[in-house]
Write a protein that binds this ligand. Structure first.
Ligand code: ASP
Length: 336
């Protein structure tokens, strides 16, 4: 246990700490009491010195929003800078765990400590729950040594925070890193504008999967709703309805107004290469920037970190092209 001197256990809610009600599982506060009880019952279990905080009120992560991302970011920074913690374990609901892991990966750039998110498919009080295996597995991974940055631990595996996705709704091994090709170039240096100290504000963002029959008017309505950034989930290697001049014009107009348009592949194993097809080139010419092999979670979190920092559309596009934490470049050792 020598690699961690002080661990912060942050509890945000989620199934791991939920209790039954007549309407189904609901979040419950006070997870630290259950953790103490468990440690008392498992006398052989080692924990590094730890502190505990919870975000109030604990939530079902289905209710997660940008304000919660910012609150979790603040709590993690306070744990490090005020409480002197050198590692953080964040307990979180599984439904949006991968989104928070990705967003925090960008919001905590440069912080220099390992942050591991975990949760459970069954509440800790339920016999046979995966809660304690996930929680103690994450602690053990941290104690063995995890690289600085944000990671997700689940079902016995440590995953890269900006590459993981929830693939199952009941299985204990619900998370995986999708094998998406990544060709991005690592940013040479982290600008102060993207450092974890940078204050972020909520921004209006949207994600839209392309589907056969999408109408230009529908896209125009979304783009006209004031979104500052759109993640468009394209087909295959970055194609879309290139025969629809009105739809392409809606994209062009939005880009002219300063909306950032980021294209990713909706194929679980895909990545964007607009030049492969004329139908991809048309999207690129309409103002869509290629997001390479970024997942939806990473694309949304990165857009938030950039636009939320007040960067212009051009500056945002500049940093979207560069790999910031392993989201679009394969980095050896990124996930210890
Ligand atoms: N709906 C729950 C949540 O995301 C699911 C879970 O934690 O597994 O908080």
């Amino acid at each position: 246990m020598s690699t961690i001197n002080h661990l912060m256990v942050l509890y945000s809610g989620g199934t791991i700490g939920m209790q039954g009600s007549d309407r189904g599982l609901v979040p419950a506060a006070g997870f630290d009491a259950r953790l103490h009880e468990r440690l008392a019952a498992e006398s052989q279990r080692c924990m590094p010195p730890w502190r505990y905080r919870e975000l109030s009120p604990p939530i079902d992560s289905a209710n997660m929003n940008q304000q919660h991302w910012l609150a979790m970011r603040d709590a993690i920074v306070a744990a490090v800078e005020e409480d002197g913690c050198d590692a953080v374990l964040l307990l979180h609901g599984t439904d949006t765990l991968a989104y928070s892991a990705a967003a925090l990966g960008f919001l905590l750039l440069g912080l220099g400590v390992p942050v591991v998110l975990t949760g459970a498919m069954l509440p800790a009080d339920v016999p046979g729950s995966d809660a304690w295996d996930n929680l103690f597995g994450a602690v053990d991974a941290l104690a063995r040594g995890v690289a600085p940055g944000v990671h997700l631990y689940f079902g016995g595996r440590l995953l890269h925070g900006a590459r993981a996705t929830k693939l199952g709704s009941t299985t204990f091994g619900a998370f995986a890193e999708l094998p998406r090709q990544r060709h991005g170039e690592r940013a040479a240096a982290l600008p102060a504008a993207l450092d974890y100290r940078r204050i972020r504000q909520p921004v209006s963002l949207a994600v839209l999967p392309l589907f056969p029959g999408l109408q230009a008017a529908q896209l125009r309505a979304l783009l006209g709703s004031g979104v500052q950034g759109l993640v468009l989930e394209c087909y295959g290697s970055g194609t879309g309805p290139s025969d629809d001049a009105e739809l392409l014009e809606a994209l062009r107009e939005a880009r002219r107004r300063g909306t950032v348009l980021l294209g990713i592949s909706q194929c679980p194993h895909g990545h964007v290469a607009f030049g492969t097809y004329a139908a991809g080139n048309a999207l690129s010419e309409a103002g869509l920037l290629g997001g390479d092999g970024m997942t939806r979670e990473a694309a949304l979190g990165k857009l938030f970190a950039l636009l939320g920092a007040g960067l212009s559309a051009d500056e945002t596009e500049h940093w979207l092209r560069q790999d910031l934490c392993g989201e679009c470049a394969d980095l050896p050792g990124a996930s210890a």
